[in-house]
Design a protein around this ligand. Sequence first.
Ligand SMILES: Cc1cc2nc3c(=O)[nH]c(=O)nc-3n(C[C@H](O)[C@H](O)[C@H](O)COP(=O)(O)OP(=O)(O)OC[C@H]3O[C@@H](n4cnc5c(N)ncnc54)[C@H](O)[C@@H]3O)c2cc1C
Length: 417
Amino acid sequence: MRYSLFTLARQALSGHKGWRPAWRDAEPAEAYDIVIVGGGGHGLATAHYLSRNHGITRVAVVEKGWIGGGNAGRNTTIIRSNYGLPGNEAFYEWSMKLWEGLEQELNYNTMVSQRGIVNLYHSDAQRDAYARRGNAMILHGADAEMLDRDAVRRMAPFLDFDNARFPIMGGLLQSRAGTARHDAVVWGYARAASAHGVDIIQNCEVIGFLRDNSGAITGVETTRGPIRAGKVGLAVAGHSSRVAALADIRLPIESHALQAFVSEGLKPTIPGVITFGAGHFYVSQSDKGGLVFGGDIDGYNSYAQRGNLPVVEDVCEGGMALMPMIGRARILRSWGGIVDMTMDGSPIIDRAPVEGLYLNAGWCYGGFKATPASGWCFAHLLATGKPHETAAAFRLDRFASGYLIDEKGAGAQPNLH
Ligand SMILES: Cc1cc2nc3c(=O)[nH]c(=O)nc-3n(C[C@H](O)[C@H](O)[C@H](O)COP(=O)(O)OP(=O)(O)OC[C@H]3O[C@@H](n4cnc5c(N)ncnc54)[C@H](O)[C@@H]3O)c2cc1C
């Protein structure tokens, strides 16, 4: 069913009784060409682009819970391509371009809103680093603009400019960045993939791998029985190391909880996304009016999808330091997701060291914005066996060779990215 104003009017006139489920909740078949483990944004986008770009439709996405129940439905919805390093910048800019056409492509309202992101700077050194980053972005075809203090003040007069512990000197603006409705992205990709014949199998946890005599992966063992596959792609985000361990692979990934918060609804206040440059705090305002904010990962490893109080305190301190008026707003909800932190803060899209298995992992706390390009490039790898040119740097062996893509150069500790 194609969604349009006409369809909406027709359904309204018939009492909205004719809507059909947006995707099929399929039963597992015996075998597929490709099985993708993980029904988050990345897994479903991969399935969509496998069918759309490569004509491969004997594909299943197996999800242990419900689609979008992981990080895809838990993130703070920021999309941007303001990266500074080769390897990252071209990839994220490609993702940004896919976001810009996503609603038309999927015929689904993913609420992509290019309301801009400004990264604030608080010192001369930080200004210079942002100028370098902005120049790198422009060289890769992204948009970037340095703002002085007055320009930031015009945009966000509620920030603490005068009495702050870390005075605001200006910011790096990317106007094309913004937000998208996270779960609608999942549903849009699921609908498109399902329409092409992809099986979306929920409540189906992968608990092991089928292997042949040579050790190659030939399918997955699930809570709903074995499923054979020509190739298996992992897109399980915070569970990457656990699922890879089932294939005897130890990934250079640590899992941490990352929390997010939303306040009660306020009148429109915050024009876009604002990030604090002197602490880990960022904020935007949802279309419903809630301030959506977050900060650092929890300091220790965990697979619990909830957070701990030290980070709550830290995020609130960051918020108060940047915009003291946030202290008047009440927090409505907070939640956590499990993020797959690599040691350089950049992802892995590569073949696994075991035949038949492919990895899409290590998205840290920034993989939502990557969803379209990640799906596009992972589908390319699965279909052709070769890395897509924009994702060629995301190799697994860079952690052995030392050829890292360390966006901040801040060291080998996940909580410093
Ligand atoms: C609080 C928070 C805020 C964030 N904010 C942003 C942001 O503003 N911008 C941004 O770009 N990124 C953000 N991120 C990161 C982003 O959400 C993730 O990097 C991205 O969603 C990960 O990819 P995914 O959507 O495929 O993951 P997920 O949605 O987590 O999908 C993985 C799926 O795999 C399933 N799975 C796991 N194990 C198995 C198994 N054994 N068998 C079957 N299925 C399994 C899980 O149930 C899950 O549904 C944030 C993350 C969090 C937690």
